[in-house]
Every structure is written in C-alpha cells, then in structure tokens.
Design a binder for this molecule. Structure first.
Ligand SMILES: *Cc1c(COP(=O)(O)O)cnc(C)c1O
Length: 375
C-alpha cells in the first residue's frame, strides 16, 4: 500500500465555478467570487474585514506593511515556524527576536515574551501551530501594556477557537493560508483579516497596489490614483472561484478531518502511554481544527527509525520546521540564546498523513505499521 502524506481534496464544484468565472468575463481580482468568499468568512466567523490574497506569505507581508515596520524595529515570534512568518518582517528591515516553544507543545511560550520586550519592540507575531490557539489573554495584556501590535499567523488555523473566540479575530490582524496542504485549499491562496479598525482603510489600498481603486469601485471617490505604497496582493477570480467551492464544504471537511484525528489519538494512546512517543497536547483554552496529527518521539534517531520503517511500508510521514534561529540565513543574526524546546520539536516531531480522502483501511494500516515498529 502507498499512502501519500497529503492529497489535496477537490469538493467537485471547483471546475464548475471556474467555468462560471470565465463566463463572467472578469478574471482579474476583486470580482464576484472574491466578494462571495469575503462575505462567507465575514458571516461565518464575524471577521471585521477580510481580503483574499495570493498566499498567506502575501497576507503576512501586508501585516508587516500595516504595522509600519521600520528598519531596526523588533518583532517577537516563535523560532518553530515556517520561514514566511519571519521573512515578511525581515523584508521591512525588522530585527527578529525568536522566542522558545512551550515544553509540551510547539506554540510560543507566552511566559517568555515579557523579558524579550525592549524600547524597539513593535509587534508580537503568534503562530497557532497545528491550528491550536496560542494563549492569547496574557499576550494581549502584554501588548496593551507595552503598546505592541499583535499579529496572528493563522495559516493553519481556519475554523479554530481560543476560549470560544475564532482565531484570526483576536490580534490586530491575521493571515490565513489556502495552500494545498491546508484544510481548505486553492492550490496557492491566502487571506488577511483586519480587526483593528485603524488598519482597515489602509489594508484595501495596500491590497490594490497602493491605489484607492476599491473605494472607487464602491463609488466613494470619482477617480482612483496612487495614494500609498502597496503591491499586487489580490488573487485572480480563478483562485477565488476555486476557493469558493471549498468553502461550501467547510463543515464536511472539518468533520472528516476531526474523525481521522480522533481515530489516531485513540488508537495510538496505548503506545503513547508506554512512552514510545507523545501525542499532541491541546490546552483547555484551545479547540482542535484537525489540521495536523503529529507524534513527538523521544529522540531524533528514534524519529528517523520510525519514518524509515513507515516509508518501507509505503507510508509517507514527514517532519518540518527546523528552528529558524539556527537556519543558514539567520544563524549569525541570532543573539545566541538557546531555544531548547524549539530544537526538540525540530528534531523529534513527526507528522502522520491526514487528508479528507484518507480511508479507514489506509488509516488502520498506518496505525498497524506504527504498532509493529514497537513490537
Ligand atoms: C503554510 C504556512 C505559511 C505559508 O502559507 P502560504 O499560503 O504557502 O504562503 C505561513 N505560516 C505557517 C505557520 C504555515 O503553516
């Protein structure tokens, strides 16, 4: 049996909406399907302002522009994250100050943030790893005490909550991903949500290449022109039409993924109790959107052994995120602090296949292969 790590799910309506987008004769950005997607997210989750982007990376770059990051400004974020979280701010000349993860789960440890704040600190970027919320209350308290902007990298966090509040609505702004490895996908795609009213107006301008074109189309100004910096962050209608087909199946996708997630958790619990690995920890303030199922092995060698055994059995399990503070690009820019928990997750975390079309037979096979590895 060959089981891939991920298979992007097609709901069936994608080509239909793509055809409709072509028929509409408007394929550039901010057309009907883009508006459909914006209203869907605003109605479903109550986000104040949504703007689809061509990727989460682009949405993160928009957050750095909106936060008005200047050369030398400091931005605090976890080291255990994807490169785009940091790159978006490095592009603006920021100094990145990496924070360590919690000992029992990869999210940044909020108890470490205050000691990293200086007079140059401008923003805190939280990453809701695996769609599991960071502990936002203490982070928001710090931000308000020190006048910092809070940005959520919610790339993995669609349809997930912190103490009943939807992720992406808690910080000043947030970035989501619709990359084909995420719960909802459009091949490449993303979204910016803006919650702080101060940033809403400017977000539309940055999105439309530094012009007030969006206001022009709403009839608020009689001509549009260059009013600020910006870029081409908006996706074409082809991306939005494809994404819209996914949105219509959001509940079904989430239920299926949760079902798969819980089967892993239940079936692998006995091996975890024996100490072979740890299962994901979901704090009581966080919900689970089943973006990812991972194991934390006792050592890097044991992880390599398990990945190899699974590969021999046709199962593609993977690892990811090498601590950014040790990356070839950042290594000599880091201030030398050890970030041991981040390194442990870099070395020991293993991700199991989880996707909509993973069958029960395939999943039981994966679980059986893991059990055999420990016989
Ligand atoms: C996937 C991901 C990104 C990047 O998303 P793209 O849409 O591919 O740009 C950024 N941050 C995190 C935490 C991610 O998981």
């Amino acid at each position: 049996m060959q089981i891939p790590f991920n298979r992007p799910y097609l709901t069936g309506k994608e080509l239909h909406y793509l055809y409709q987008a072509v028929q509409n004769g408007h394929l550039s950005g901010n057309g009907i399907f883009t508006k459909h997607c914006h209203s869907f997210f605003q109605q479903q989750y109550g986000y104040k302002k949504c703007l689809l982007t061509t990727s989460c990376t682009d949405a993160l770059e928009m957050t750095a522009l909106l936060a008005d990051i200047q050369l030398g400004d400091e931005v605090i974020m976890p080291s255990f994250t994807f490169v785009s979280t940091a790159n978006a701010f490095v592009l603006r000349g920021a100094k990145i100050v990496f924070a360590d993860s919690h000992p029992d789960q990869p999210n940044l440890d909020e108890r470490l943030i205050e000691s990293l704040i200086t007079s140059r600190t401008k923003a805190i970027v939280v990453v809701h790893y695996a769609g599991v919320a960071c502990n936002m209350t203490p982070i928001l308290q710090l931000a308000s005490r020190y006048g910092l902007i809070v940005i959520e990298d919610a790339a993995q966090a669609i349809d997930s909550y912190y103490e009943g509040r939807i992720l992406g609505s808690i910080g000043d702004m947030a970035a989501f991903s619709f990359h084909e490895t995420k719960n909802l996908q459009a091949g490449e795609g993303g979204m910016l949500t803006v919650n702080n009213a101060d940033f809403v107006h400017r977000s539309e301008i940055l999105w439309e290449k530094g012009t007030n074109r969006t206001a022009f189309f709403r009839g608020e100004v009689d001509k549009y022109g260059w009013v600020d910096i910006g870029s081409s962050f908006l996706p074409s209608e082809m991306v939005s039409a494809f994404l819209f087909a996914q949105l219509e199946h959001l509940q079904e996708i989430q239920q299926k993924r949760l079902h798969i997630w819980h089967r892993y958790a239940n079936e692998l619990a006995p091996l975890a109790e024996k100490g072979h690995f740890q299962l994901p920890v979901i704090p009581s303030y966080a919900s689970n959107n089943a973006h990812m199922f991972y194991l934390v092995l006792p050592s890097e060698i044991m992880r390599t052994v398990l990945i190899t055994k699974l590969k021999e059995a046709g199962v593609n399990a993977v690892f990811h995120y090498q601590s950014l503070h040790k990356s070839p690009y950042f290594n000599d820019k880091h201030d030398g602090r050890q970030l041991l928990n981040s390194d442990i997750f870099s070395d020991c975390l293993l991700r199991l296949p989880i996707f909509f079309e993973l069958t029960e037979i395939q999943q039981l096979y994966i679980i059986d292969q893991i059990s055999r590895a420990y016989k």
